[in-house]
Ligand binder design. Structure first.
Ligand SMILES: CSCCC(=O)/C(O)=C/O
Ligand SMILES: [Fe+2]
Ligand code: NI
Length: 181
């Protein structure tokens, strides 16, 4: 179940309805998928082959096409990150830099955990969205954010993009961002 932490105040927001209301204020979509639909072998496999990634996409085909039809996404993929991932440190270092995308994108967590840190308004600052299996969020266009893993250091996520070019990150160096919280 997703939880929010507002970094400047340490306020924690829990419960799907409260999380949805908070996120919607910042144009972040929050929905749920049934995490138990994924075959348990795949839920515990953080080094998926291309064939297994296709199986993940097939499992959530209805949910993906529904989101695509409602919100205009055109392409999707599966990403898995864990200590088994080649070049994990370089990949994480890239995801952990604050950046924006010119398009709105979806991240649906189907196994493992992760945190998106997203900028709200200047007065509220950044908030953490701690995501668990079944949590689906959008990252709105031109919104500063970054991603990091949680203590278990493993995740499988489905990503939906509008642009055929896929994931293009524009760096957003932000001197107001405070790392600890
Ligand atoms: C869990 S998805 C990996 C990170 C990612 O796709 C992204 O866009 C980070 O900003
Ligand atoms: Fe992103
Ligand atoms: Ni990003």
């Amino acid at each position: 179940m997703a939880e929010i932490v507002i970094r400047n105040t340490n306020e924690r927001i829990t419960g799907d309805e409260n999380v949805r209301n908070f996120l919607n204020k910042y144009d972040v979509l929050f929905e749920k998928w049934d995490a138990s639909k994924l075959n348990t072998d795949l839920q515990n496999n953080f080094g998926l082959t291309d064939e297994q990634k296709e199986e993940v996409l097939k499992t959530y085909d209805y949910e993906i096409r529904d989101l695509a039809a409602r919100r205009g996404y055109q392409i999707w993929d599966v990403i898995t990150l864990s200590e088994q991932t080649p070049d994990i440190e370089e990949k994480l270092a890239k995801f952990e830099e604050i950046h924006t995308h010119a398009e709105d994108e979806i991240r649906a967590i189907v196994a493992g955990k992760g945190i998106f840190v997203i900028k709200a308004t200047d007065d509220v600052g950044y908030f953490n969205v701690e995501l668990s299996p079944g949590d689906v969020i959008s990252v709105p266009e031109n919104t500063p954010h970054f991603f990091t893993l949680m203590e278990n250091k493993q995740i499988i996520a489905v990503r939906l993009f509008i642009e055929k070019d896929g994931w293009i990150a524009d760096p957003y160096p932000d001197p107001t961002f405070i790392k600890q919280a």
